[in-house]
Design a protein around this ligand. Structure first.
Ligand code: GLN
Length: 308
């Protein structure tokens, strides 16, 4: 197959770009090796292609929000989730303390306020952070096709630096959006963000979304089709935060980024893609990751608004 050579070529094309900087709010991320660069594609038939540092692990961070939204829908039901979390792009930074005017809900599940709320709906309203993260780790591991684990160093560091997310938690509690102890919800959310993955894991997780929630290799139905549609819809409108509009028009693939430098893209019925490079732009999206996705989209004709 010419695909591995092509992927290698794409990596070399974006490698000279050293714009941006790794997230610096915790040391583990600030000290990330910025030379690391990787890409993976997983087809809906289970074929995976990758290039670069494809076995290097990094924390999943906000990419987890897409999958935890699906789990919240499964555990609490779509109506209950929609009553608590909106589906409108916020146009604000991911860690903004904000609620939708009128409804008092977080704007969407891809910003922290919505993601902490989604986390609080996993398992049951009175569940502990341990029970929720165990459930999330189990689903994410089945999606990846191997046992994933939490990076305890990242988890501890994020917990020591959680003032802003704790503030969001208390805001949600005061607004009646979350019912549990806000500290438990934020702790669990931080733990879900600290799960380690590599680009091949992420591509496979994304390919499962592309394959109507059925894992391409194990054939297990992990996410119901109706939930997949909901998740991909909010990824399209909100997955790249306040850069979502530019992303959809330029690249045209439902996507989600994380502050450790990962990005997933999910083109329904076709391919799940994943990239990794730690330097971020001002919006918190990986600079080289965005560049790789732009190349793949244009070279392979992946824009969802294009007719092939
Ligand atoms: N743990 C990070 C936070 O909540 C995740 C954010 C992200 O990846 N954008 O601030």
């Amino acid at each position: 197959s010419p695909i591995p050579d092509y992927l290698k070529q794409v990596l070399e094309q974006v490698r000279p770009n050293d714009d941006g900087a790794p997230a610096d709010y915790i040391e583990t991320l600030a000290n990330a090796d910025t030379s690391k660069l990787a890409v993976a594609l997983a087809m809906v038939d289970g074929q995976v292609y990758s290039s670069g540092d494809d076995s290097v692990e990094f924390s999943i961070q906000s990419i987890s929000k897409a999958f935890v939204y699906a789990i919240a829908i499964e555990d609490a039901g779509l109506d209950a989730v929609l009553a608590k979390i909106g589906v409108e792009p916020s146009g604000d930074a991911f860690n903004k303390l904000s609620l939708e005017r009128g409804s008092n809900r977080p704007m969407n599940p891809m910003i922290n306020a919505g993601a902490i709320t989604a986390h609080s709906l996993v398992v049951a309203p009175n569940a502990t952070a341990e029970q929720r993260t165990e459930r999330i780790l189990d689903v994410l591991s089945r999606l990846a096709g191997r046992q994933l684990s939490v990076d305890e160093e990242v988890y501890e560091a994020e917990l020591r630096d959680a003032d802003r997310n704790m503030g969001i938690g208390y805001m949600l509690k005061a607004a009646g959006i979350i019912k549990c102890d806000p500290r438990e919800a934020v702790k669990g959310y931080i733990r879900q963000c600290a799960i380690n993955v590599n680009v091949r894991d992420l591509a496979m997780m994304s390919a499962t979304l592309c394959n109507a929630g059925v894992h391409p290799l194990t054939n297990e139905s992990i996410i119901p089709q109706a939930s997949v549609r909901q998740v991909l819809s909010v990824m399209t409108t909100c997955g790249m935060y306040d850069a979502a509009g530019a992303w959809v028009s330029r690249i045209g693939i439902p996507a989600k980024s994380g502050v450790a430098g990962g990005i997933i893209g999910a083109l329904p019925g076709q391919v799940g893609l994943a990239t990794f490079s730690p330097r971020l732009d001002a919006r918190g999206n990986s600079v080289r990751g965005v560049a790789i996705c732009e190349r793949l989209s244009s070279d392979m004709g992946l824009h969802m608004m294009d007719v092939s």
